[in-house]
Design a binder for this molecule. Structure first.
Ligand code: AMP
Ligand code: GLY
Length: 422
């Protein structure tokens, strides 16, 4: 079958790499893709949120499956757009419906969902623009640090952790006053949880589920987890602290009730639930849901998945997920992201990337790259992810770090300590 992947990051390159290995895939397209995906399929100059353009492309190229990488088209309702169009309704869209995507698209929705199904998460209250003073008064009763979350999608910037009540009150006023536009017209104030984070990925058809390899990402720009938050500087799979016992608690207390909730609410959901978790005193709590795979986690999860991904996805379409068994590699995998100088703040693009030919024993996943005058150049903050395998994660990490040193572009930056805390 012909398959279209929407998106242009390292996650989408990893999807393309994995899907391209399947004998079930005939033609593969990536829209808009990057310099790396162009070697695995054909890049198409389409915006994933331009649904009419996606429709035209799908019909012209006889696409039977659309894998949606990022959250925005899902939250904007691409699943429903296909389901409600008589020419598109038989095309399988991997992702949730707009209703299901609310698990990521609205923090207030996801907190209510967790409360309803008894899923462990931080205590919270939510406040709207008309309730500023109530919110400010509520904060005065709380103990810092204080967690403020914009309700809607804010490109990963909508969560603030404030060290004092005064700062939290100032930020709450700013957020409800439109700091993140519509996304912060409602704000969730959450109890701060202190622990170690990890990411669990669940493939579901809204009734049954399979748990994919577990991972941990490193969000801060600086070594030792210091400095600004980024889209992700690296990832490890599996993180050794996620024991069988902890995973059993995650499955029983979080995954099962989440899928049950999706089923009970009759939300159409044919894709990935990414559960951001934190371990506090040996117990797992949900930090957030996302309605898609993680980036950079996908760059370690898919390399460790030994199943045919297309076959797995088709079992979701056909309601036969229970017949599948997830096969996880014995090897650990680590990915290290090379980023542009200045990222996550202002950075320059268009820098020539050299040395990729020296990399023999890591998988190169492109993210912010493009081809200009026949040369591969930088085209974003996160540029390339290098994934390596190892019998231990430490072995995999040192291989990726070593190889990160062999690639060069002006301003290149990367963390040499991915996995340092494990
Ligand atoms: P989110 O966008 O919800 O994943 O939040 C971004 C980051 O903020 C998370 O990865 C955590 O590191 C942190 N965070 C979010 N909620 C909490 C919480 N309740 N307690 C502690 N840290 C949090
Ligand atoms: N790695 C976190 C995310 O994809 O949101």
């Amino acid at each position: 079958m012909n398959i279209l992947i929407l998106g242009s990051g390292g996650r989408e390159h990893a999807f393309a790499w994995k899907i391209n290995q399947s004998p079930l895939c005939d033609r593969l397209y990536i829209a808009p893709g990057n310099a790396g995906t162009a070697h695995l399929g054909a890049n198409a100059p389409l915006s994933p949120t331009d649904f009419p353009a996606v429709k035209k492309f799908v019909l012209e190229n006889e696409i039977e499956m659309v894998v949606v990488g990022p959250e925005v088209p899902l939250v904007e309702g691409i699943w429903d757009y296909f389901a409600n169009d008589e020419h598109l309704k038989d095309v399988f869209v991997v992702g949730p419906s707009q209703a299901g995507a609310q698990l990521e698209g609205s923090k207030a929705f996801s907190k209510k969902f967790m409360a309803e199904y008894g899923i462990p998460t931080a205590g919270y209250r939510e406040f709207s623009g008309e309730e500023v003073e109530e919110g400010v008064a509520y904060l005065a009763t709380q103990t810092p640090p204080i967690v403020l979350k914009a309700d809607g999608l804010a490109a990963g910037k909508g969560v603030l952790i404030l060290p004092t009540i005064e700062k939290a009150q100032r930020e709450l006023r700013a957020m409800l006053g439109g700091k993140f536009g519509n996304a912060s017209s409602r704000v969730v104030i959450e109890e701060f949880l202190d622990g170690i984070e990890f990411s669990v990925f669940v493939l579901t058809d809204g009734k049954d589920y399979k748990i994919l390899p577990v991972a941990k990402d490193y969000k801060r720009i600086g070594e030792g987890d210091k400095g600004l938050n980024t889209g992700g500087m690296g990832a490890v799979s599996p993180p050794p602290f996620v024991t069988k016992e902890l995973m059993q608690k995650v499955e029983d207390r979080i995954v099962k009730p989440t899928i049950d909730g999706i089923r009970k609410r009759e939300m159409n959901y044919d894709g990935f639930v990414f559960i951001g978790l934190i371990r506090v005193g040996g117990e797992p709590y949900v930090i957030e849901y996302n309605c898609r795979m993680g980036d950079p986690e996908t760059e370690v999860v898919l390399p460790r998945l030994e199943n045919d991904l297309v076959e797995l996805l088709l079992s979701v379409r056909d309601g036969k997920l229970t017949e599948q068994q997830i096969i996880e590699s014995e090897n650990a995998a680590v990915t290290v992201f090379l980023v542009s100088g200045g990222y996550p703040e202002a950075y320059e693009k268009g820098k020539e990337i050299k040395g990729l030919e020296h990399i023999k024993d890591s998988i190169i996943f492109h993210a912010g790259t493009t081809v200009k005058d026949g040369k591969i150049v930088t085209n974003g903050g996160r540029v390339l992810a290098l994934t390596s395998y190892g019998t231990t994660f430490a072995e995999a990490a040192s291989l990726s770090t070593l190889n990160a040193g062999l690639v060069s572009f002006e301003g290149k930056n990367f963390r040499k300590d991915i996995g340092f805390d494990l």
